[in-house]
Design a protein around this ligand. Structure first.
Ligand SMILES: NC(=O)C1=CN([C@@H]2O[C@H](COP(=O)(O)OP(=O)(O)OC[C@H]3O[C@@H](n4cnc5c(N)ncnc54)[C@H](O)[C@@H]3O)[C@@H](O)[C@H]2O)C=CC1
Ligand SMILES: O=C(O)C(=O)COP(=O)(O)O
Length: 525
C-alpha cells in the first residue's frame, strides 16, 4: 500500500481521501528539515503547503519518494530540477485557492485605502481619532497589475467591479486576452508611472525576483500603494521601507515576505505598513478545495498512474492511464531493446505510432520509450527524468503519429539514429494488453521481451540451431522461448531466445565462436 506524509497543516479532507483511496497516510507537521530527513525515507508521497522546503537534501533522503503534491499554487519551496532528476513528480493545485487569494489582495487594497488596521487599533485603544484617518476612494483610481494569470485576472475583474481602471504588465498576456479581461496591457515602466495601486501576482522566478527593485520603486508615482500577495522576493523590502518613511509610498501591504515565517522584520512598525502572515490562501473554502485536489491527484498517481497538474511531467488522466499502461510497457521494452542493442552515441530518436496507438496521448508513450532507453545506463531513470536526461545529452526526440493502417491494428516503432545509420524496432499489443516485438532492424521477428534473453545474428545455414542448443545445454542454460527471423533464405538471420538465467560472458564467448555467428548479446528486460 503506498504511503504518504502530510507535512504541512492541511484540511482533514486530504487524509480522509487518501485513506478512502487505499493510501496509508501520516500527518506530521512542523518538523525541522533534519527531522523531516529522518522520516521521509518511508514515504512514496509527500503532501505540502508552503512551509515544507523540498530541497535536494530532503530528496536525497527519500529513495522511495515518487510524488510531491503542493496543496496550493506556488512551488518555489520545491527544488523542481532536483525532483525531476530523481524522477519525482511534482504537482500543484493551480486553481483551488485563486479566488481566495485574489480576495485577500482586494481586502488589503481596502485596508490600505482606509487605513483599517491602524484605525481599528486606535479605536479599540479608546482614542476615537476621527480626524487622523483620512482615506482615499478606489473608484476612478488606476490599479497596476503585475502578473495577469489566474489570480491577477480575478483581481482585475473585482477591481473593474469597483470602477477602477486596470493596467497590466505581463509579458505573456496576449492583446486578445487583455481585451477580454477589460485591462490595458502596458510596459512595466508605464505601469509604474501610472498606477495609484500596484498589486503583484507573478510566481517567484529568476525573471520576477526583485521586480519591484529600489530603482523600479523610485519610478512609481508619489502616493502609490503597493500590495503583495504573491511572493516575498518580488519586492526590495529595504527600499519599500525607505519609500514608506519618506512618504513617497503612501501604503504597503504584504502577505508574503522574503524570509518566512517573518517573526521579526524591519518593516514592522513602519507607518502605513500592513501585514498578514501568508494568509492569501487561508479560507475554509480554498483549503478544502486544495486538500481534496491534492489528495485526489496524488492518490490517482500512486494507485493508478494518472498524472494531473504535474509541473515536470505530461498529464495522463486516471481514465487514460489503464488504456495507456500496456502501451507504456511496450514503449519501455522497445526503448530498452534499442538502448541495449545500440552502441555509441545516439543522435536522434523517432517514436512513431500507427493504428490504435496513434489515437492515444503520445507524451507518456514517448516518456516510456526514453525511460527504457536511458535506464540501460542508469537505474534511477523513470518517465519523469528521462526526457530531461535526453535533452541534457542532446538527443533530438521526434514524435510521429501516422494516419495509415498497417499490418497491425496498433503499432509503436522506435528508430534511433546512430553513427552506423538508423536502426528501428517495432512492437504491437496482442489482445490489447500483451506487448510483443514484431520487427527488429528491418527483420520480422515476433517475441515477448521479458526476463533474460539472448540476441544472435548469424548466417542462415543448416545445423546452426542444433549447435546453439547443444552449446547452451552443455552450459546448463535452459531455453524458454525461441524466436527466429530472417531477411531471406540463406541471408542474415536473427535469433531471440528467452533463457531461464542470465547468460554469462563465458557462454557468450562460446556462442560467438560458433560458425556463422556475427553478433551475440545478452539482453534483460
Ligand atoms: N499569498 C498566498 O497565499 C498565495 C500566493 N500565490 C502566489 O501567486 C502567484 C500567482 O498565482 P497564479 O495567478 O495562480 O499564477 P499564474 O501562473 O496563473 O499567473 C502568473 C502570471 O505571472 C505572469 N508572469 C510570469 N513572469 C512574469 C514577469 N516576469 N513579469 C510579469 N508577469 C509575469 C505569467 O505570465 C502569468 O500570467 C503564485 O505563483 C504564488 O506564488 C498563490 C496562491 C496563494
Ligand atoms: O498557494 C500558494 O502559492 C500559497 O502561497 C499558499 O500558501 P499556503 O498553502 O497557505 O502556505
Amino acid at each position: 500500500m503506498p504511503k504518504v506524509l502530510i507535512s504541512d497543516k492541511m484540511d482533514p479532507k486530504a487524509a480522509q481521501i487518501f485513506r478512502e483511496r487505499g493510501v496509508e497516510v501520516d500527518e506530521i507537521t512542523g518538523k525541522t528539515p533534519e527531522e523531516l530527513k529522518a522520516i521521509i525515507g518511508d514515504y512514496d508521497g509527500l503532501a505540502i503547503r508552503s512551509s515544507t522546503k523540498v530541497t535536494q537534501e530532503i530528496l536525497d533522503a527519500a529513495p522511495n519518494l515518487k510524488v510531491v503534491g503542493r496543496a496550493g499554487i506556488g512551488v518555489d519551496n520545491v527544488d523542481i530540477p532536483a525532483a525531476s532528476a530523481r524522477g519525482v513528480v511534482v504537482m500543484n493545485t493551480p486553481f483551488g485557492n485563486s479566488i481566495t487569494t485574489a480576495e485577500h489582495a482586494i481586502a488589503l487594497m481596502f485596508a490600505l485605502a482606509r487605513q483599517l488596521p491602524e484605525a481599528d487599533a486606535s479605536t479599540q485603544a479608546g482614542k476615537w481619532e476621527k480626524n487622523r484617518f483620512m482615506g482615499v476612494e478606489l473608484t476612478g483610481k488606476t490599479l497596476g497589475l503585475i502578473g495577469a494569470g489566474n489570480i491577477g485576472s480575478i483581481v482585475a475583474d473585482r477591481a473593474l467591479g469597483l470602477r477602477m481602471k486596470v493596467v497590466a504588465f505581463d509579458p505573456f498576456l496576449t492583446p486578445e486576452r487583455a481585451i477580454e479581461m477589460g485591462v490595458e496591457k502596458v510596459s512595466l515602466d508605464d505601469l509604474l508611472l501610472r498606477a495609484d495601486f500596484i498589486t503583484l501576482h507573478t510566481p517567484l522566478t529568476d525573471q520576477t525576483r526583485n521586480i519591484l527593485s529600489a530603482e523600479n520603486l523610485a519610478k512609481t508615482r508619489r502616493g502609490v500603494r503597493i500590495i503583495n500577495c504573491a511572493r516575498g522576493g518580488l519586492i526590495d523590502e529595504a527600499a519599500l521601507k525607505q519609500g514608506l518613511e519618506s512618504g513617497h509610498i503612501a501604503g504597503a501591504a504584504l502577505d508574503v515576505f522574503a524570509v518566512e515565517p517573518a517573526k521579526e522584520h524591519p518593516l514592522f512598525g513602519t507607518p502605513n505598513f500592513v501585514s498578514t502572515p501568508h494568509l492569501g490562501a487561508s479560507t475554509t473554502e480554498a483549503q478544502v478545495n486544495v486538500a481534496i485536489q491534492v489528495a485526489e491527484q496524488m492518490a490517482d498517481f500512486l494507485v493508478s498512474g494518472g498524472v494531473t497538474n504535474a509541473l515536470n511531467m505530461p498529464s495522463l488522466s486516471a481514465e487514460e492511464a489503464p488504456r495507456l499502461k500496456p502501451y507504456m510497457a511496450l514503449a519501455e521494452k522497445l526503448g530498452s531493446l534499442v538502448g541495449q542493442l545500440s552502441h555509441g552515441e545516439l543522435k536522434n530518436i523517432a517514436i512513431e505510432s500507427e493504428g490504435a496507438a496513434a489515437e492515444l496521448n503520445q507524451k507518456p508513450i514517448v516518456g516510456a520509450v526514453l525511460a527504457g532507453l536511458m535506464r540501460v545506463h542508469s537505474d534511477t531513470v523513470n518517465m519523469v527524468n528521462a526526457p530531461f536526461l535526453a535533452k541534457e545529452r542532446g538527443l533530438d526526440v521526434r514524435e510521429v503519429r501516422h494516419d495509415r493502417e498497417g499490418d497491425y491494428h496498433t503499432l509503436v516503432r522506435v528508430t534511433v539514429g546512430t553513427a552506423q545509420g538508423d536502426r528501428s524496432v517495432a512492437g504491437t499489443l496482442f489482445g490489447n494488453s500483451a506487448p510483443r516485438l514484431v520487427e527488429l532492424f528491418g527483420i520480422k521477428v515476433e517475441a515477448d521481451l521479458a526476463g533474460n534473453m539472448l540476441y544472435i545474428v548469424n548466417e542462415d545455414a543448416p545445423g546452426f540451431i542444433g549447435r546453439l542448443g547443444t552449446t547452451l545445454g552443455e552450459a546448463g542454460v535452459n531455453i524458454g522461448t525461441f524466436h527466429l527471423g530472417r531477411r531471406e533464405a540463406g541471408g542474415e538471420a536473427i535469433l531471440l531466445l528467452s533463457v531461464d538465467e542470465k547468460v554469462s560472458e563465458e557462454l557468450l564467448a562460446k556462442v560467438r565462436a560458433l560458425p556463422g555467428v556475427k553478433t551475440a548479446m545478452a539482453l534483460s528486460f
